[in-house]
Design a protein around this ligand. Structure first.
Ligand code: X5A
Ligand code: ZN
Length: 660
């Protein structure tokens, strides 16, 4: 199962034919540089190339009015003067004799992509298209958009494949108001958008782009807006909104298909967005969506006007769709004040519709008078910034580092009598252990076989760290002892930071260091509050790990932000015997954890838990996790406890902040 790439040079063959400062950034080179970057990096060769096609009238009419379609149909025959005049009835858009043809190809490309994914020809894919789509409305072109490619694709997927729930994630820096209008009253399509807003002072300056537009009628709760009221948002701000707003709702919604309005004007250097998130953030945004809907993800290009930033961001997205390890993000310092306010507003606006947000705090003070003061303060913050720092043309950022795939994806250390799951490479060679460690193992009553296992485990850790192997699965007679060994003796001088995720009960975790070399997050039904420290974080769920609702909430709202801020070099995932964790949740956890430490995850399991070896192997090999279906309403006390824990930890871990 591969990744589809849709591209047709024809879509570079229209451009602005007159002077219009509002439209001059939407150039054919946007598509050319994006595609060329994929070719140059060798990524396009690794994708499955799918031909574009024109969308039919009836497909376009899934979203647009007959009147509008008939009007656009006439544009290829118009004179320059006619085109200019035709353009005038819409906002920030231009027409060209060839744009109708390109617009049909753009929508048709999105539909070809949906077909490829829904028929199982590919797992996921991207369509590089012009014109973009998310601003166009039922009867109007707008914001460089003619037909609403993604909205048409969503309706098409529902109609042709009987898809029940579609999630649309719009990470473009503009509000896709066309998509919002299309699905406002439709609970089968959940639309999420973040966008530069500046208290309605940024284009398209709509009141309905604010966080309180949550949808209408039966679609109430299925429209999520996160307005950015300041420029200069960074990686931390974007990830915080994913962890604390989008992902909880997306997992509760449980889509059958994910569509991405993949605009890259939200990246650094873009003259429209003026944001500061780096191109490698898109590797993470993509990765975080790849375990929803069983991996069925279709990305369709929208905006992106800094050609360098655009090309890099497209490459990051495609490389992630292909399953390459995601890059580490250093120095995430938590969301800025303005971002916290935005996400707090969005969370509180939606807490009555989504049980995973039920415990969100009240919105910060918002009456008209304070809004003005806030605006003024934010304005001041902006002007305080050095002019050259704000000037996007002058912005420079390092090129994202190369993402090297280790020669081996997944290796295993198993007892001799256990058959190795398909695709895993059994590790046979073992290294001589230090005598000190051997004697330590002996005193811990580890037998000869155990010593062999531990020496292989040591070899595996070394190879992970050396980037020779991406991840590993180890079956041991005693996970608690193995965990202690790995944490104490094996990793300390090899890796700077180890994130230990312990699933299930284990009381003796107090050997954890306080120097920050190890961060332990333990999810269980055991309350070990008295041992709590910055680097030892026990999460207590009433029904333990068997409660998938509580578990996924803890993973999204706690573990992910902690992991991002900690930025480990190795993730040690320990499955305590009898943890009760459900298979699909276990696979989701493994999938999500692979966003850390360049995918270097080491899974420790007890020999008698062979039954879940297959699903563990599948997740380690990068296969999408099955969706978490029919989630129960979480226990209120768990939500409360999680919220309290998060509040308490906010001082130490800024990525946990959800309130100002
Ligand atoms: C698709 C897209 C932006 C339009 C900006 C008009 N459109 N000022 O990014
Ligand atoms: Zn945009």
């Amino acid at each position: 199962m591969g990744t589809a790439l849709l591209y047709d040079e024809e879509m570079t063959k229209y451009k602005l034919l007159w002077v219009d400062p509002a439209c001059k950034i939407e150039v054919p080179e946007r598509l050319i540089v994006s595609y060329e970057a994929l070719v140059r990096s060798g990524l396009s060769d690794r994708c499955i190339s799918i031909p574009a096609r024109e969308a039919s009238d009836s497909e376009i009419l899934l979203v647009h009015s007959e009147l509008y379609l008939e009007a656009v149909k006439k544009t290829p025959y118009m004179t320059l003067e006619d085109l200019k005049e035709f353009t005038l009835q819409f906002g920030d858009v231009y027409f060209h004799p060839n744009i109708y043809h390109c617009a049909k190809l753009a929508s048709g490309s999105a539909l070809q992509l949906v077909d490829s994914v829904m028929t199982g020809k590919v797992r996921n894919g991207i369509a590089l298209v012009r014109p973009p789509g998310h601003h166009s409305m039922h009867g109007a072109a707008n914001g460089f958009c003619v037909f609403n490619n993604v909205a048409i694709a969503a309706r098409y997927a529902k109609q042709k494949y009987g898809v029940k729930r579609v999630l649309i994630v719009d990470w473009d820096i503009h509000h896709g108001q066309g998509v919002q209008y299309c699905f406002e009253d439709d609970p089968s399509v959940l639309y999420f958008s973040w966008h530069r807003y500046e208290h309605q002072n940024f284009w398209p300056n709509l009141r309905e782009s604010d966080y309180d537009s949550v949808g209408k009628e039966s679609g109430t709760g299925f429209n999520i807006n996160v307005p950015w009221n300041n420029v200069g948002m960074e990686n931390s701000d974007y990830l915080s909104v994913f962890c604390h707003v989008l992902l909880p709702v997306a997992y509760e919604f449980c889509p059958d298909l994910v569509l991405v309005c993949a605009g890259f004007d939200s990246a650094i250097g873009d003259p429209e967005g003026e944001m500061c998130a780096t191109p490698d953030i898109f590797a993470h945004l993509t990765h975080l969506l790849m375990n929803l809907a069983g991996g069925k993800l279709c990305a369709v290009l929208e905006g992106g006007y800094n050609l360098t930033s655009l090309a890099q961001s497209v490459c990051q997205t495609v490389q992630t769709l292909l399953g390459d390890p995601v890059p580490q993000l250093a120095n995430l310092r938590g969301p800025c004040k303005s971002a916290i306010e935005s996400l707090q507003c969005a969370r509180s606006a939606h807490r009555r519709y989504w049980s995973f947000l039920k415990h969100a705090a009240d919105p910060p003070m918002t009456d008209i008078s304070t809004k003005h003061i806030k605006s003024a303060m934010e304005e001041e913050e902006k002007t305080e910034m050095a002019e050259e720092e704000r000037c996007t043309e002058g912005k420079v950022w390092p090129e994202p580092p190369e993402r090297l795939c280790p020669p081996v994806c997944s290796a295993s250390v198993l007892p001799d009598d256990v058959v190795c799951p398909d695709g895993l490479k059994p590790l046979s060679s073992s290294k001589d252990l230090e005598p000190l460690l051997v004697s330590k193992l002996k005193t811990a009553a580890v037998d000869g076989d155990g010593v062999t296992t531990f020496s292989r485990l040591y070899t595996l850790v070394e190879k992970l760290v050396a980037n020779e192997i991406r991840n590993g699965l180890v079956l041991v007679p005693d996970v608690a002892a193995a965990m202690m060994c790995v944490v104490q003796d094996l990793t300390s001088d090899l890796v700077k930071r180890v994130l230990v995720v312990c699933v299930g009960k284990e009381k003796e975790l107090d050997y954890v260091t306080t120097d920050g070399k190890v961060l332990v997050v333990q999810i269980s039904s055991e309350d070990s509050e008295e041992h709590r420290s910055k680097y030892y974080i026990p999460v207590c769920l009433k029904k333990g790990c068997s409660d998938t609702s509580g578990f996924i909430q803890a993973v999204l709202g706690l573990l992910l932000p902690l992991g991002y801020e900690y930025n480990p070099d190795l993730v040690l995932l320990v499955r305590m015997p009898g943890s009760g964790v459900v298979d699909s949740m276990w696979q989701q956890l493994i999938g999500l954890l692979q966003g850390f430490a360049k995918g270097h995850t080491l899974v420790l399991m007890q020999v008698n838990e062979k039954a879940c070896m297959g699903s563990t192997a599948s997740a380690l090999l990068g296969h999408p996790a099955p969706p978490l279906q029919d989630l129960q309403t979480p226990f209120p006390e768990d939500g409360d406890a999680l919220e309290r824990l998060r509040e308490r930890l906010q001082a130490d871990w800024k990525m946990l902040q959800t309130t100002s």
